[in-house]
Design a protein around this ligand. Structure first.
Ligand code: PRX
Length: 631
């Protein structure tokens, strides 16, 4: 196996691990999948319960609007809950939850199903129907997955907005989805402080016309305004006679019916809604989780992601429930009250599989090894990473200090758009720190030159996916044209990921980063345009540009350049005010690291800001081709 200069070491899994793995002989499986893609995915889909089987696994007649399991009738929630409560898993734990303050709540599959049914009845009685969009804006409490599942159960389309987003981001997402119902909490706990979720909803709703009802989960119990006739407490609704029935019919959905919208940042200020469906998404997410994380009946799975991001959707909510697994979910900050919080919970609950982000690993690494070393982490058997490239140093720390050199690390590359892991190791493969290894069976990936030919070994190029996969996005909600333009037009017929990568002599992929105007801050995806539009909504700002620059813990941090309106003067106080303004409009994660006041911005003759020039200048690098520059 070839190595690269940065990573002289290859880590091979132990023979015991390989012998016990869910997925053995991956090379042969991948070869079979390549030869017969519909046969491969059809066999995976047959592991689930369908109300009616599909007629055709893959319909490619209207590319790039691929359809999967055409004619099949299914509901993902039926396979997450209804299916299990007919078996012994009824009394198996589905969810263990710990609040930031240490409270513990547990739900068996039976109990989770009961809560979901009750809330589904409430939503139905509020008039929510198949196809209606519902916005969910909550902290990390068990009612968040319950709300998602209740929506999906009745055929409504959930749109979860990350609870760390703020007024303008929330408003834009509610407005675009035309939701009539918003589900939220009075507040959430994060780092010992209250996040004012309900007040943010109230402020956002002043700017939205569609919302008729707000359902509020009481989490913090602090005083929040409730608008009579519009706002209802979740617990009050669950006590109404219509909710009491602990059963509720699961809607029969077409395999291609929408399951959810998830807004994500792209290259324009307007966030785009990725649309996922019931059938293909179910099959893709469950198969990838089962094989990559080797999930077994007796495992305790912990995906640290927030349900507000795709990782939470696929691998905190749907994936583990589809597999009948036991998941752990934690509400708060990793360092609250001390930097051993995560390690203590791994010990307390006997977590076996841990899936987290490089930024969290780097953040916890800073506090030193003494914190994890104080805990018994021997229950762990497999680790995972997602969201951004993991630097080999963090990989090795994670492997040595957390995994005790025993646990393989799955560096999973995927996107909101892919819905499921696309390039990822399998636990039986050799691992190279910093590489996401190979395409999952059935996936075909490549690195392209600008001209659309395969790049040479070791040459940096654009990462593309060349065959459809079941959990792929189906379109951008209300914007099929943008779906085609953004993903399928740079290289016709080939999916353009927006990432750059290299492939080594073993066919391992090394992801480098985004090539568009997306910034990954602590693994969170933000668009430069969203930050810029928040800045120019401040009265002092005439024009603004945002770029991402490397940051030791966050991966990238946001740097902004601001041209002021004529009667404003640059000052430290104004810079602070602008940072706070972005925090208020978009969310705390979007707060710029730095605001620099500039007399002009580098632009093309057609007026487009040349962010690459700003980036090069900030890093003291050559500015590249400036032939189109007009400052
Ligand atoms: O740039 C890649 C990076 O995250 C982007 C997708 O972001 P998002 O849609 O928010 O989904 C994140 C969780 C799936 C990708 O285009 N990315 C994700 N995973 C990795 C990664 N970069 C390198 N290595 C990864 N494992």
């Amino acid at each position: 196996m070839a190595t690269t200069p940065e990573t002289p070491q290859v880590y091979s899994p132990s023979a015991e691990f390989v012998a016990a793995a869910n997925m053995k002989g991956h090379a042969e499986v991948a070869r079979q999948a390549e030869l017969d893609l519909p046969g491969f995915w059809g066999a995976r889909a047959a592991e689930f319960e369908w109300f009616k089987p599909w007629d055709n696994v893959l319909d490619e007649s209207n590319k790039p609007f691929y359809k999967w399991f055409v004619g099949g009738k299914v509901n993902i929630v039926y396979n997450c809950l209804d299916r299990h409560i007919k078996t012994w898993r009824r009394n198996k734990l589905a969810l263990i939850w710990e609040g930031e303050k240490g409270e513990v709540r547990t739900f068996s599959y039976h109990a989770l199903n009961r809560e979901v049914c009750k809330f589904a009845n409430v939503l139905r009685s509020m008039g929510v129907k198949k196809g209606d969009r519902v916005t969910i804006y909550m902290g990390r409490v068990p009612e968040l997955p319950m709300a998602m599942l209740a929506c999906a159960k009745i055929g409504a389309v959930h749109s979860v907005v990350y609870g760390g987003f703020s007024v303008e981001a929330l408003h834009g997402r509610i407005d675009d989805s035309q939701s009539h119902v918003v589900i939220t909490c009075d507040g959430g706990y994060m780092n010992g402080k209250i996040v004012e979720l309900k007040r943010i909803v109230d402020e956002a709703l002043k700017r939205c016309a569609t919302v008729e009802n707000v359902v509020v989960v009481k989490r913090t119990g602090h005083e929040v305004p409730m608008e009579s006739g519009r706002d209802f407490w979740y617990h009050d609704l669950l006590n109404l006679p219509m909710a009491r029935a602990s059963t509720s019919e699961t809607e029969v959905m077409d395999a291609e019916d929408p399951l959810y919208l998830l807004y994500t940042s792209g290259t324009t200020g307007k966030p785009k809604a990725i649309l996922h469906t019931h059938g293909g998404y179910m099959v893709g997410v469950a198969t990838t989780l089962k094989w990559v994380f080797d999930v077994k009946e007796e495992d305790r799975w912990w995906c640290t992601a927030d349900p507000g991001w795709v990782t939470g959707h696929s691998y905190l909510v749907y994936g583990p429930l589809l597999l009948g697994a036991t998941s752990f979910m934690y509400e708060g900050a990793p360092t609250f009250p001390y930097p051993n919080r995560w390690w203590s919970m791994i010990e307390k609950y006997g977590i076996t599989l841990l899936y987290t982000a490089p930024t969290a690993i780097r953040g916890l690494m800073r506090f030193g090894e003494a914190w994890p070393n104080r805990h018994d982490l021997s229950s762990l058997r497999l680790l995972g990473s997602v969201g951004e490239p993991i630097n080999p140093e963090a990989w090795r720390w994670y492997h040595r200090v957390i995994g005790k050199e025993r646990c393989p690390i799955m560096d999973t590359w995927w996107q909101t758009e892919t819905g499921m892991f696309a390039i990822t190791p399998l636990p039986t493969m050799d691992l190279k720190p910093g590489s996401a290894a190979r395409p999952f069976p059935g996936m075909e990936a490549d690195v392209y030159t600008e001209a659309g030919t395969s790049a040479a070994v070791g040459e940096e190029g654009f990462l593309v996916l060349k065959r459809p996969w079941p959990a792929m996005l189906r379109t951008l909600y209300k914007d099929p044209q943008r779906y085609q333009d953004q993903y399928w037009s740079k290289y016709p017929g080939v999916y353009f990921t927006g990432d750059s990568a290299r492939k080594d002599a073993d066919g391992y992929f090394w992801i480098i980063g985004r090539v568009d105007d997306v910034i990954k801050v602590s693994g969170y995806r933000l668009g430069t345009a969203e930050i810029e539009s928040a800045l120019v909504s401040h009265p002092a700002v005439a024009e603004a540009a945002a770029i991402g620059l490397p940051h030791e813990v966050k991966g990238s941090a946001i740097y902004t350049y601001v041209m002021l309106r004529t009667n404003y003067e640059p000052s430290e106080a104004l810079a602070e005010e602008l940072k706070a303004h972005v925090g208020h409009e978009v969310g705390p994660i979007a707060k710029p690291e730095k605001v620099s006041f500039v007399p002009s911005l580098p632009k093309t003759r057609s007026g487009k800001i040349m962010r690459r020039v700003l980036k090069a200048r900030a890093q003291g690098l050559p500015e590249g081709d400036l032939s189109t520059l007009e400052e």
